[in-house]
Design a protein around this ligand. Structure first.
Ligand code: C2E
Ligand code: CA
Ligand code: CA
Length: 341
């Protein structure tokens, strides 16, 4: 049974994918399938719920695919319901005793001169009792429920408002960029370029002030129309970054082919590069290739001086060593004033 279900699902997909002709034109159907294996006496409602969870995941990962339910996917359905309710209240301006969605900003430094180049905006959700819910928990739920649309607009608006404010309050040495994360569903929105343009216009910012971070897997799974939109934003001057590079299946070739201006090496490589030669080689290779291709390379997750010392020349860096994400970041790194300042 366990091996048969995906084969059956593949066959269903293959059948349904055949183009349908209507008035002489071919129309393609895409299929998302969720599979769950259930014990013999499971309740029908539970089986359907788990299959539905897997289906949501399949859609969430870009549709047109099969996902199999596992315990992690379904981890406590009631907890998911609670997080969803908190998220809804945080996004509802009229809710009383509501949860709060805020932003934390983490600095990014250019290691050539230890200069602050900008910030990455990271969403924070505090439930109605003030307890923090981790982004790794609420972002996937926001995606599955469609709440990511409102959340994403809020994040973009608030992050750009903060950048505009800081640029204004530090005219001699303004932070140059604000990086905002985009999830699969946000990237797929047909009005994404208009939305970004409107937000930049509202805060009197240039497209080059904004960085949109899309993970390697979101970029790879994007269809032609999503990629066209990303290319449109890139041509407008918005920086596009491949986030979490090295965790998916992207070949180095994608650095040339995709409409991106920078690559962010996943923090799992930074964490292990001191004692793992493969990680160190990957960091060095991606940094060298990025330099050759005129792309910026950001190394994230820098936690120790040893890691910092081991980084290749020409990269930018972000991590707890230089600054944790906070609501009101201060530029206190490097701790000692530079010799030439
Ligand atoms: P990400 O885009 O890879 O963000 C970097 C994550 O690494 C953040 O986790 C940050 O707090 C953490 N980090 C930074 N420096 C260090 C370090 O030195 N060591 C370690 N161990 N971790 C470090 P966070 O804030 O929990 O966010 C997790 C993920 O949630 C983000 O990963 C991003 O994918 C997603 N996310 C956060 N905010 C948003 C948002 O506004 N929209 C979307 N679509 N996704 C978001
Ligand atoms: Ca990111
Ligand atoms: Ca990342």
């Amino acid at each position: 049974m366990r091996t048969v279900a995906p084969i059956v699902a593949e066959r269903i997909m293959a059948e349904l994918r055949r183009p349908i002709f209507w008035q002489g034109k071919p129309y393609e159907v895409t299929v998302s399938i969720g599979i769950t294996y259930s014990p013999r006496h499971a309740r029908a409602a539970d089986v359907l719920r788990d299959a539905d969870t897997a289906l949501y995941r399949a859609k969430n990962k870009g549709r047109n695919r099969i996902e199999i339910f596992n315990a992690a996917l379904g981890a406590d359905v009631s907890e998911r319901g609670r997080v969803e309710a908190e998220l809804r209240s945080a996004l509802n301006p009229t809710a009383v005793e509501a949860a709060a969605l805020t932003l934390a900003y983490q600095p990014v430094y250019d290691l050539a001169d230890n200069h602050l180049v900008g910030f990455e905006a990271l969403a924070r959700l505090h439930d109605r009792y003030g307890r923090t819910i981790a982004p790794d928990v609420f972002i996937p739920i926001a995606e599955e429920t469609g709440l990511i649309t409102t959340l994403g607009e809020r994040v973009l608006d608030e992050a750009l408002a903060s950048l505009a404010r800081w640029q204004h309050s530090h005219p001699d040495d303004p932070p140059a960029t604000m990086a905002v994360n985009l999830s699969a569903r946000q990237a797929q929105r047909a009005d994404m370029p208009d939305l970004v343009r409107a937000a930049l216009h509202k805060h009197h910012l240039d497209p080059t002030d904004l960085i949109l971070e899309l993970t390697e897997s979101v970029l790879l799974e994007s269809g032609a129309s999503t990629l066209r939109q990303i290319a449109e934003l890139h041509e407008l001057g918005v920086n596009i970054t491949i986030d979490d590079f090295g965790t998916g299946y992207a070949s180095l070739r994608y650095l040339v082919d995709l409409p991106v201006s920078s690559v962010k090496v996943d923090r799992s490589f930074t964490a292990t590069m001191i004692y793992d030669r493969t990680s160190a080689t990957i960091v060095r290779t991606v940094a060298n290739l990025a330099a050759d291709l005129d792309l910026r390379c950001i190394i994230e997750g820098v936690e120790t001086q040893e890691q910092l010392n081991a980084l290749p020349n020409g990269v930018q860096a972000q991590g707890y060593l230089m600054g944790r994400p906070t609501a009101a970041p201060e530029n206190t790194w490097p701790p000692e004033p530079c010799a030439n300042s």
